[in-house]
Structures are given as structure tokens and as C-alpha cells.
Design a protein around this ligand. Structure first.
Ligand code: COA
Length: 165
């Protein structure tokens, strides 16, 4: 069974949402479910916005795999705003260029070098080199956007009112 096929003309790491690929959405979910603690509505966002957005084409998922395991992923949104919604590399694969490659592919799909990106305070340091590589511009810190006590750092743009990711 083919579980990962490049779309014709698409970057090689862009996820193809043909039915045979869909079980991988569960693996992505399991890899990211730790984000519940950071984003209280993460489950609703993933299954209610990301997956339908992948089907409609408003969102795209970029993944790298090693064997059967996910090495890293980027979720991007190309709609009323161009956004890198999630950037994540499996801990044991960090520092190998996975995120750099996936972000590069996502920027090509988004058609911009300056997408909106936000990261929680607790991960800001780990994104520093990656964001410098791409020349992302730090804009401001937003307190209480996703959780009362949380700080979200905003790059390249401005967060919209409300909790839409
Ligand atoms: C930030 C993150 C995506 C980087 O992924 P990665 O695949 O390791 O990135 P790359 O290998 O492409 O490395 C990019 C640069 O960042 C550096 N880097 C990677 N992880 C780092 C860390 N934890 N601290 C400091 N620098 C780090 C790398 O050394 C590299 O620098 P170099 O070009 O000088 O070698 C990864 O650390 C991660 O997933 N962190 C958790 C993020 C998270 O919680 N995401 C979900 C919410 S958005």
C-alpha cells in the first residue's frame, strides 16, 4: 500500500491526502497530542480545522519520515492569512535539518518568506536558530492568547483577535 506519494509538481515532502495516506493523520495527532497542555482546544483545532483544511486545500501538511516513523512535520495555512501553524521535529531527530527542510517546502507552498508564526514561550529558544535562518522578524509577545497564563511570541505579523489558529 502506498502511504506517502508526492503530488505531481508538489514539493517532495508535501503530504498527499489520498485515502491510503489518511491513517498517517493519526500518527501526526499522536505526535502532537502533548500540545494539549499548551493549547487547551488543540484536539478541536486538529480534527475540526486542520484535517478539514487539508481536505479543502486551505491547509497543507509537510512531513519527513524515517522508515515508518515520523521525523517531523509542518502544518501550514494558506487562506485569509499565510501561516506556519505548527513546526515540530521528533526529539531524537532534532539538529539534523528536518525542520529547515520542511519549513522551506512550506514557504514555497505558501508563496511567502514572511508567514505569520507564533510559538509558546517555553519553546522560543529552540526556534531561535531556525527562525534566524529564514529571517523571520520578531514582532511582539502576546500574554493570555491561548491560556490565561501563557505567553505566545509572534513573528512576521499580528495575531487576530480570538483563538483561531
Ligand atoms: C524547533 C524545532 C522544530 C527545530 O527542529 P530541528 O529539526 O531540530 O531543526 P533543524 O535541525 O532544521 O535545525 C535548525 C537549527 O536550530 C538549531 N536547533 C534545533 N533544536 C534546537 C534547540 N532545542 N535549541 C537550540 N537550537 C536548536 C539547530 O542546531 C540548527 O542550527 P544550525 O543550522 O546552526 O545547525 C525542534 O526543536 C522542535 O520540534 N521543538 C519543539 C517545538 C514544538 O513544541 N512545536 C509545537 C508547537 S509550535
Amino acid at each position: 500500500m502506498t502511504d506517502y506519494v508526492a503530488l505531481p509538481g508538489a514539493p517532495p515532502r508535501q503530504f498527499d491526502l489520498r485515502p491510503a495516506s489518511r491513517p498517517e493523520l493519526g500518527e501526526v495527532w499522536r505526535s502532537l497530542s502533548f500540545l494539549h497542555g499548551t493549547y487547551p482546544e488543540f484536539r478541536v483545532w486538529y480534527w475540526g480545522s486542520v484535517v478539514p483544511g487539508l481536505i479543502s486545500g486551505e491547509r497543507s501538511l509537510f512531513i519527513e519520515k524515517q522508515g515508518n516513523h515520523l521525523s517531523g512535520l509542518v502544518i501550514a495555512k494558506r487562506a485569509d492569512e499565510q501561516k506556519l501553524c505548527t513546526i515540530w521535529t521528533r526529539p531524537e531527530m532534532r539538529g539534523c535539518g528536518v525542520a529547515t527542510r520542511l519549513v522551506r517546502d512550506a514557504l514555497e507552498w505558501l508563496g511567502t518568506d514572511r508567514p505569520l508564526v507564533t510559538v509558546p514561550d517555553e519553546t522560543l529558544k529552540s526556534f531561535d536558530k531556525l527562525f534566524r535562518t529564514f529571517g523571520f522578524e520578531y514582532r511582539y509577545a502576546n500574554v493570555g492568547y491561548y491560556r490565561e497564563d501563557s505567553i505566545e511570541h509572534v513573528f512576521n505579523g499580528v495575531l487576530r483577535p480570538g483563538r483561531v489558529c
